[in-house]
Design a protein around this ligand. Structure first.
Ligand code: SAM
Length: 281
């Protein structure tokens, strides 16, 4: 008890599918604050009822954040304590909160973030991919130009790339990642913390073949292996053709390994490189 101080903003994560993941501290803070700012008040009311919390809720979401952030900050400056939460997981992470945090900082308001559920990190730790170095992307931009620019920047990054995606766009996004990054290892972490939690670990091409026969359902985190050590920026790569490069490398290592390495670097299907080398050697 007495978790909460007046004039403070609390960032409170909520479960991403399993109510038992609500922390004892999150419950205390929600019980004790003066106001809870929720992304969807109806959604959060259900959570609060489950934990027998009866509290004033105000709405703070993508579409009213410009109006609401200054109002929430004014309430905090007048001495109120406010907890902000989104529908699920960590506020701010692909969810509302960033504007409020910035404005609170500008107004010297203390911010207390609570640790708790988050889909990206939950997926990463069980993915088997590099968890020492990783980049969180979240949802890719919808505008094609912005999306291409971003993928170009991240295509040469080492370390795991973490994306969020809605099930109805999963196939389109995996196809875009395959075209842009080559046939890399992917992990599809589905329905984390829920009854049908599954991890599919395979190549992007295999994930795409699988989606030809299975309709994606539920929530997904997509994790893609980072660029290999030998990756070069596009501009440098263009000085010789990939075929020439492949033949050179095949003098020093098995063609299976050349195909794997170059698929990542050149954003080409591994099979295409392998077949080319089989024919030429
Ligand atoms: N703030 C949240 C967090 O901390 O993870 C993320 C919210 S974002 C609007 C929703 C996206 O997160 C989903 O489209 C999905 O990609 C991912 N996600 C959320 N819950 C998930 C779950 N239980 N299993 C897999 N992915 C999940």
């Amino acid at each position: 008890m007495n978790e909460v101080k007046s004039g403070t903003l609390y960032l409170v994560p909520t479960p991403i599918g399993n109510l038992s993941d609500m922390t004892a501290r999150a419950i205390s803070v929600l019980q004790e604050v003066d106001i809870i700012a929720a992304e969807d008040t109806r959604h959060t009311s259900i959570l609060l009822r489950h934990f027998d919390i009866h509290k004033e809720l105000i709405s703070y979401h993508e579409h009213n954040k410009k109006d609401m952030a200054p109002k929430i900050v004014a309430a905090i400056l007048s001495g109120k304590s406010v907890a902000q939460c989104s529908d699920a997981g960590m506020p701010v992470i692909s969810d509302p909160g960033a504007d409020l945090v910035k404005l609170a900082i500008e107004n010297d308001i203390p911010i207390v973030p609570l640790p708790g559920p988050n889909a990206a990190l939950t997926a990463l730790v069980a993915s088997g991919l590099d968890a020492r170095l990783f980049t969180f992307i979240g949802f890719l931009p919808k505008i094609t130009g912005k999306k291409k620019k971003l993928i170009e920047t991240i295509s040469i990054m080492p370390g795991t790339l973490i994306f969020y995606e809605a099930p109805h766009r999963l196939k389109e996004t995996l196809s875009f990642l395959f075209q842009s990054l080559g046939d890399r290892q992917v992990v599809l972490a589905r329905e984390l913390t829920k009854k049908f939690e599954t991890f599919r670990r395979c190549l992007l091409s295999e994930a795409l073949s699988h989606l030809e026969v299975e309709t994606p359902r539920g929530e997904y985190v997509i994790l893609v292996e980072g660029a290999g050590e030998n990756v070069k920026p596009m501009a440098e790569r263009d000085t010789i053709s990939w075929q020439e490069d492949a033949l050179r490398r095949a003098k020093e290592m098995p063609i299976k390994d050349v195909a794997r390495q170059m698929a990542v670097e050149y954003h080409l299907p591994r099979r295409e490189i392998y077949q080319f080398l089989l024919k030429e050697k």
